[in-house]
Design a protein around this ligand. Structure first.
Ligand code: ACO
Length: 438
């Protein structure tokens, strides 16, 4: 989309006598305007310095919008609260990929396309068997997703629209199969093939929890809860893993390789690994004495030397309640009630911890609120998903967003290979002495 120029400019002046420069300003549909610094280096010989991209828009995008101060999340303009209630994951995936919610006919066609690609090449299981059974699922998933490119090499030209489309469908369809295979492998059970008559989340539940010895009946409450977990995790604008996917894709690498890079980035505990870390934190607190020990724990969190963080709290963009956390708390409640686990001590502990943290000056001043990961571990554990698989579930859902963002990047007329610059602080030029003189 052609950028809309604002009716004002930014002027950058220098105190060393260098001439000032005018910089164009562009406006989006909502959100902060951006100062265009693309010609800054050519005009002044200067770079900008912004580690962690605190003030840098690395791209234009029309997919997802977050207002961190309001605690608002929109997919293609639609509030996450409405999508969570009035749409399912397949509709959400269609929306993110193609820009509009599907009509019933479009949904049926998209659903069928996804369903028809849920099986993976039979050879994939031999690849999987190369891993130790105790390997972390994210290590396995990084390998499997990257490995997919070896199976579809004829359709991996990122500049070909049809190749991009079929790769998108394959990735969305096969991720649940791969995650379930990684799980079955880890527990030594036979792989369960996908079933085309089930919903996206129902099929995933069956591939995870069925075994060949008996019939598996999908619990509709859990099916809907999992579908909502997928919706809530489907996209989140230019976060670390999405930016990783965009950067990888900017080199022209194939979609499977770019998404594998996203999976690897998501694994980190400051990003997708936080749900696993949050649940482990709750377990430890429970073992240490539960609610009674919250005060001591909060003290430790506030003491920077301890290096302990309240996992599932804080966010780079949200300086208010993460709207996904509210929905996740609601879903957790529904699932626990449906399973007769309303008195789950971990849920009670999490709610108490949240309440105490939200009243504490340390968290109030820093605008630290629960993020999506604070409750997602509790609900996933109730569903029967092992802790080590949480981030893989996140990756499964986020694959949709990654692909939508990747396709947007490739279609962007401003698209260039990503190549950040640096402020060099190392040694200046020096001579290499032969080893006997060092
Ligand atoms: N517990 C305790 N203190 C915290 C926390 C936390 N969870 N999060 C931030 N702070 C403190 C920081 O120590 C810092 O304090 P200071 O100003 O006294 O130095 C201040 O709040 C600002 O935090 P930053 O780390 O500068 O914020 P940033 O935007 O860089 O980090 C992040 C955001 C990484 C999410 C951070 O809040 C964090 O580590 N949270 C815990 C991990 C987590 O839940 N991650 C999931 C993110 S959501 C997602 O990926 C789906």
């Amino acid at each position: 989309m052609t950028l809309k120029q604002a009716d004002y400019k930014a002027t950058l002046s220098f105190s060393n006598g260098s001439p000032s420069v005018d910089l164009p300003v562009f406006q989006g549909t909502i959100g902060p305007d951006v100062v265009d610094i693309r010609k800054l280096y050519a005009q002044t010989g200067l770079f900008t310095y912004d580690p962690g991209f605190l003030s840098t828009a690395a791209t234009q995008s029309a997919i997802t919008y977050i207002d961190g101060d309001k605690g608002e999340l929109l997919y293609r303009g639609y509030p996450i609260e409405q999508l969570a209630v009035n749409a399912d994951f397949i509709e959400t995936a269609y929306l993110l990929l193609y820009g509009e919610l599907p009509t019933p006919a479009q949904k049926a066609e998209f659903d069928e396309r996804v369903t028809k690609h849920t099986m993976v090449h039979e050879q994939m299981q031999f690849f999987l068997r190369g891993f130790r059974r105790d390997a972390h699922p994210m290590a396995v998933l990084t390998g499997l997703v990257g490995g997919l490119s070896a199976f579809y090499h004829d359709n991996t030209d990122i500049n070909n629209l049809e190749h991009r489309d079929i790769s998108a469908i394959r990735l969305i369809a096969k991720l649940p199969t791969l995650v379930a295979m990684a799980y079955k492998y880890s527990i030594g059970q036979p792989f369960i093939y996908p079933r085309n008559d089930l919903s996206y989340s129902g099929n995933f539940l069956r591939m995870m929890f069925a075994n060949p010895a008996e019939e598996y009946v999908v619990n509709p409450v859990i099916e809907r809860a999992l579908d909502r977990i997928f919706i809530l995790h489907a996209d989140h604008e230019q976060n670390a893993s999405t930016s990783t996917v965009r950067l990888a894709g900017s080199s022209g690498t194939n979609p499977f390789a770019a998404i594998a890079a996203g999976v690897a980035c998501l694994w980190g505990p400051a990003h997708g690994g936080a749900n696993e870390a949050a649940l482990n934190m709750l377990y430890q607190l429970q073992e240490a004495g539960g609610v009674e020990k919250i005060g001591d724990f909060i003290k430790q969190v506030k003491d920077k030397i301890s290096g302990i963080k309240l996992m599932g709290f804080g966010h780079r963009v949200y300086k208010n309640y993460d709207p996904r956390a509210k929905l996740m708390q609601e879903t957790t409640n529904e699932v626990l009630t449906a399973l007769g686990l309303e008195k789950d001590p971990l849920f009670a502990l999490a709610k108490k911890l949240e309440q105490i943290a939200l009243e504490d000056d340390y968290f109030v001043q820093r605008k630290l609120y629960p993020n999506v990961d604070f409750y997602s571990g509790i609900v996933q554990r109730a569903i029967g998903i092992p802790v080590s698989l949480f981030t893989a579930i996140f990756a499964l859902a986020r694959t949709v967003g990654w692909i939508a963002q990747l396709n947007e990047l490739i279609g962007d007329p401003e698209y260039k290979i990503g190549r950040p610059r640096q402020l060099f602080t190392g040694a200046t030029r020096r001579d290499v002495k032969p080893i006997d003189q060092r």
